[in-house]
Design a binder for this molecule. Structure first.
Ligand code: CUA
Length: 338
């Protein structure tokens, strides 16, 4: 091979590799990691991507060079000369991919093992998925249920999943980890949040009509702020003297994901508009209060025209009585105002 040919090959390789690298680096493919696990997953991603870009550059350079250099004349129909392979070349292009694939396998195994290593004192949170809400229960605070996931920064978080109806999938893009929730089994997921902020919790498994709105937030707080919040929450749910706020029940159960209610700033479109509650009750010829309560605990009792049955979960009959009463009163008052 002459020097000019090598220069051409290197030039073509640099061009192809440069274009591929620019596409990989300049477009924001990945969110900024907000957990140690996501940082490791990103490392594996870039390790594999860089190998791919280098190999792509070499193959593209050889291909483009062959197209340019060995192009047949327009009227040349003759066969090319017979070739017999090149043992040295074949050994090289077998050994290099073997080493690369082995390296990817080893690094992936290390990252998987480290990402699953929970440590001694994780914060345990039970995550319940149902059409179309996420809810979170903190270990040791049985009565406490929230609609947003609040966690302290820097501490291992061990989520245990329960699916009440169909398969859902828990995903916080900035945390990297993802887990399907499957009825009948209780998979776990380990995350160590390492950046403060509010991140979206997304359902990434098509689970029905309200799949697209099955979202909430994960809020990463400083350990001190988290402790203050946790104590405040467990005090509020265990002390009867503070009363139960209907708006809190509405928010914690994510009613606004599917329903519109002006007073709560909710604009869900999956279920009936709750600002029109008095009218719905009138249409059903029922007293407003009993109509509202029945519709929460037994959603199939009155199905509004234009809305399918069996979209609203049948699980709210398990709401504690004080929460149910507070929610009913809140809905009645809010809808009369609206
Ligand atoms: Cu739950 Cu999609």
């Amino acid at each position: 091979m002459r020097r000019s040919q090598i220069l051409t090959l290197v030039g073509l390789g640099t061009l192809a590799g440069g274009i591929a690298a620019a596409i990989a680096v300049l477009l924001p493919w990945l969110p900024d990691p907000a957990s140690r696990e996501a940082g490791r997953i990103d490392f594996v991603f870039w390790f594999v991507t860089i190998i791919c870009i280098v190999i792509f550059a070499i193959v593209a350079a050889a291909l483009l060079y062959a197209v340019m250099r060995f192009r047949a004349a327009p009227d040349d129909d003759s066969d090319g000369p017979p070739t017999h392979g090149h043992t040295g070349l074949e050994i090289v292009w077998t050994i290099i991919p073997t080493l690369l694939v082995t390296a990817i396998g080893v690094i992936s195994a290390v990252v998987l093992a480290r990402n699953d290593h929970v440590g001694k004192n994780p914060l345990r949170v039970n995550v319940t998925a149902q059409q179309f809400v996420w809810s979170f229960q903190y270990a040791g605070n049985k009565n406490m249920q929230t609609g947003m996931l609040r966690v302290p920064m820097g501490r291992s978080l061990l989520l245990t999943f329960t699916a009440k109806d169909v398969i859902h999938s828990f995903w916080v893009p900035e945390w990297g980890q993802k887990q399907d929730t499957v009825p009948g089994i209780h998979p776990t997921l380990h995350i160590t949040p390492d950046r403060l902020g509010r991140f979206p919790v997304i359902c990434t498994e098509l689970c029905g009509l309200g799949h697209a709105v099955m979202r909430t937030y994960a809020i990463v707080m400083t350990p001190k702020a988290f402790d203050t919040w946790l104590h405040g929450q467990s005090a509020a749910t265990t002390s009867p003297s503070t009363g139960t706020s209907g708006k809190a029940v509405f928010d914690n159960n994510q009613c606004g994901a599917c329903h519109t209610l002006a007073a709560a700033g909710a604009s869900g479109k999956v279920g009936p508009d709750l600002d029109k509650l008095p009218q719905w009750a009138q249409d059903a010829k029922q007293p407003l209060e009993s109509f509202t309560q029945t519709s929460i605990v037994d959603p199939s009792a009155y199905v509004q025209k234009g809305y399918p049955d069996n979209v609203m979960p049948h699980t709210y009959k398990s709401l504690p009585k004080d929460q149910l009463d507070a929610l009913v009163q809140y809905l009645i008052q809010s809808s009369k105002k609206g």
